[in-house]
Design a protein around this ligand. Structure first.
Ligand code: FES
Length: 159
């Protein structure tokens, strides 16, 4: 869901306060980026610049970290984040076919968001519930022992 200018302003102030509290601790970059990701749902160029300027480091350093770790996103996510686990246990039990079905139905690749902003697909590492493999989550809800045939009905609940 897109933030209003007022919400962006309020969250920017929250982020500035967080930076002020954490900039002098050891290794401040990751916790500050994590807080920014939590507040905004992604790291815009403005946010990356704010972090870089506050810490006195080049924005390319922030960008480098943001693109290296899957937990950070450079674009806003959709209202519903579909995360398909491609960890080993899930992969062995057919996660790729599940992921392919999600991609086919939503018409976007992993890491992308649908034009209407409803869905984002992402691949994740082990979610810690391998007994349910193959697993995907949509927002906070876990779906396990999936087959490609299950996917359409599940996604329809979120349309
Ligand atoms: S590998 Fe998918 S939940 Fe562990």
């Amino acid at each position: 869901m897109a933030l209003t200018p007022k919400e962006i302003e309020a969250k920017t102030e929250q982020l500035k306060a967080f930076i002020a509290e954490h900039k002098d601790v050891d290794g401040p970059l990751m916790p500050i980026m994590q807080e920014a990701q939590n507040l905004f749902g992604y790291l815009s160029l403005d946010t990356q610049e704010l972090i870089a300027d506050s810490l006195g480091i080049p924005v390319t350093d922030v960008y480098g970290v943001a693109t290296f770790y899957a937990q950070f996103s450079l674009k806003p996510k959709g209202d519903n984040v579909v995360s398909v686990c491609t960890g080993t246990a899930c992969y062995v039990k057919g996660a790729q076919a599940v992921l392919d079905k999600v991609v086919e139905i939503l018409g976007i690749a992993p890491g992308e968001t649908t034009d209407d902003g409803k869905f984002t697909i992402q691949e994740t590492r082990c979610l810690g519930c391998c007994g349910l493999a193959p697993v995907m989550t949509i927002n906070e809800t876990v779906y396990g022992r999936l087959t490609p045939a299950d996917i359409k009905g599940i996604l329809e609940k979120y349309q």
